[in-house]
Write a protein that binds this ligand. Sequence first.
Ligand code: CAA
Length: 250
Amino acid sequence: MTSTDSAARREGRVALVTGGTRGIGREICLALKGAGYRVAANFHANDEAAETFARESGIPVYKWDVARFDACKAGVERLVADLGPVEILVNNAGITRDATLHKMAPEQWQAVIDTNLGSCFNMCRCVIEPMRQRGFGRIVNIGSINGQMGQYGQVNYAAAKSGIHGFTKALAQEGAAKGVTVNAIAPGYVDTEMVRAVPKDVLEKIIARIPVGRLGHATDIARGVLFLIADDADFITGSTLSINGGQHMY
Ligand code: CAA
């Protein structure tokens, strides 16, 4: 296949990014749009940020809570009616509710498990059958360095992100014969609102342990997504791409 063929094919491909209006998701959306995909961004709560993003980028935004299966189903149905079947899904939406276990409330545990891991089931379940029927699909799940190595104050987040890595490998096996690839990216500490919320002294110590010597940029993660969803990336499935400035080599 020539690069022109490849570009022509992806022109029509519909890509959905959850949590796509801010942070890493925002940059993924912009990169996909720049590469010629037809992009839609899901968001949950921040209407103002979503409206600004939609206005500035021209990318349509869809509001629903990825932690709720029924909401995902209704949201995907709306999106498919507007744009056509979802061929590329990036499960990016995620939250933190950091606390040491002895101080963690059950609600902090459940919210992170439902939003970060439950969302992968909810969203994949809503798009997987058409992908299998059409013989093409690209799913990228955004895990985390902290799912690979754990992190003080994050039993909820580390468990959910670690779960994403297992989920990815299992679904990759199920999709392989149907043209559906499923991969994960494990970002390190990226300069987003989520990371900026880490106490300053803690963050300084973390940055000191990043061999590249800086926080990641959201664009560093977006370029990994573009690599994994390419039409000719059909032999890459079940993998985890670590993008962490050398902080953890796994
Ligand atoms: N290792 C060992 N000990 C640690 C520690 C660490 N990483 N972090 C804190 N401690 C110790 C402190 O030194 C302190 O010890 P002393 O009582 O002996 O002084 C004790 O733990 C309590 O620390 P705090 O006063 O900070 O306790 P807290 O209850 O107020 O907060 C915390 C604890 C919520 C874990 C807070 O330290 C924190 O927010 N840490 C950052 C966690 C983090 O890195 N989150 C990542 C968010 S970004 C992300 O998740 C994106 C991604 O994918 C990478």
